[in-house]
Design a protein around this ligand. Structure first.
Ligand code: PAF
Length: 274
């Protein structure tokens, strides 16, 4: 494995790769969820590039940029052990200059749900993902379904800018109790962990209702909110189609049920595709 830190090194390293390139962009503090992306990318491609970059432009004022968990040494070990060929760990200065050309999230689906609660977040996320996709030379790039709206917007960017890369959606990885894995779970204290499970419980409850024939979005959301009463503050419960348009009736095969809630320090998100 080579670790590259400058743009030039990344561009040079990629030139030596013949065959398909799989790419997994991350912000580090790697957990089992990242591992599953890395393993899938390893299997499906000749070469594997991973990036670790805590991207400042996707954090809003007052968010946890400076406190974001960083575990570079452990992350490097994990990448070595999982067969990563190139690990790209750039500095902020290498990635950005002043007065940049920016990409904006689309006006509708970029500004609902996460986009409404975190205005500007998706602009910064798309900006860095565009840079990383270009730099990595990826044929396939792997993203978790946990950040469902992020995944939808990246897929749209690739389509709208005619980028020659396949975006591969990957399943959410959960711990044995059902909590969706996230680097921010380290902030959860023991008693909060139990209450954090209310997110996946609410989603399970929604699935049960759908399986029992319920299709009315208002009834499903009302019951989910009851299950979520253990969270400190629910930011949203939403039922949308795969293009993030609000639904009144669940459409099997085209629906995503999403929750965002605060439990203790972290803001958690989770979702389920039905
Ligand atoms: O999902 C993430 O970890 C980040 O948003 C990403 C895609 C690496 C861009 O910084």
């Amino acid at each position: 494995m080579v670790i590259v830190r400058t743009i030039k090194q990344m561009q040079e390293a990629k030139k030596g790769l013949f065959g398909s390139i799989g790419f997994v962009p991350t912000m580090g503090a790697l957990h089992q969820g990242h591992l599953s992306l890395i393993q899938q990318a390893r299997k499906e491609n000749d070469h594997l590039v991973v990036s670790i970059f805590v991207n400042p432009t996707q954090f809003l004022e007052g968010e946890d940029l400076n406190a974001y968990p960083r575990k570079d040494e452990a992350d490097i070990k994990i990448c070595e052990l999982t067969g990563v060929d190139i690990l790209f760990m750039p500095t902020v200065d290498a990635m950005y200059e002043a007065d940049e050309l920016c990409i904006g999230a689309p006006a509708i689906r970029g500004y609902v749900l996460e986009g409404e609660k975190r205005p500007g977040h998706f602009d910064g996320m798309l900006q860095v993902v565009m840079k990383l996709l270009n730099l990595s030379g990826a044929n396939r790039a792997y993203f978790g379904k946990k950040d469902a709206q992020q995944l939808a917007l990246i897929t749209q960017m690739v389509k709208n800018y005619f980028m020659d890369v396949t975006i591969v959606p990957c399943e959410i990885v959960r711990d044995e109790q059902g909590l969706a894995l996230s680097s921010r779970n380290v902030y959860l204290k023991d008693d909060e962990k139990e209450r954090a499970l209310s997110l996946s419980r609410a989603l399970k409850h929604a699935t049960k209702m759908v399986m029992a024939g319920e299709r009315d979005v208002a009834s499903i959301k009302a019951q989910m909110l009851e299950v979520l009463s253990e969270a400190d503050k629910v930011e949203y419960v939403a039922i949308v189609d795969r293009a993030f348009k609000a639904l009144e009736t669940v459409e099997i095969g085209n629906t995503i049920i999403l929750v965002a809630a605060w439990v203790g320090k972290p803001r958690l998100i989770d979702n389920l595709w039905v």
